[in-house]
Design a protein around this ligand. Sequence first.
Ligand code: COA
Length: 164
Amino acid sequence: MTKEEEAVKIERLKVNYKTLEEFKKFKEYGIQELSMLEDLQENIIEDNSESPFYGIYFADKLVARMSLYQKDAKYDLYFNPQQTYFELWKLEVLPNYQFKGFGKALVDFAKSFGLPIKTNSRMKSKEFWEKMGFQTVDYDMNRDLGQNPLVWCPEGVSLQKTNS
Ligand code: COA
């Protein structure tokens, strides 16, 4: 292991101006971040509120992040038995920090809760997700609506059968 990998610490990110400024360095910056900024500016949320984001700092700089959102069992259309699961998205490692284990560290952290995980892969990163033990699901047009979901099942959990 390199020094960088030994130091990996996953942190729950707080919504504040510093975090929102750091988010601008990530390619997948969009409506979710802008609405957090607006909520902060209009005092709808307090400074330092918890966000659904987790991240890794390296030398005081946010270099990797993901959003992890717990979905209630009643919305589960993927796992058998039907259960609470995580939606993981916006996993991204800044270019100079890729291939150092930060992406894997975030995914391992998400897995550590023992709940199934669903993510939506960008074509280029499919190989990464497969290395992380994720599998593609049988595409179901009504459920997946043009998405390309990849899922991870903890032991004892399998996939629901689809109608397609
Ligand atoms: N294609 C194929 N394999 C990849 C890969 C890629 N794009 N990125 C990482 N891997 C492999 C690594 O070689 C490593 O393999 P090993 O365990 O055999 O050594 C393993 O996956 C873990 O790699 P890690 O160092 O943890 O990856 P990372 O920190 O670079 O994070 C991404 C991976 C894809 C999240 C990161 O590179 C990234 O943000 N890329 C750009 C944005 C993107 O595509 N995001 C996808 C989510 S929407």
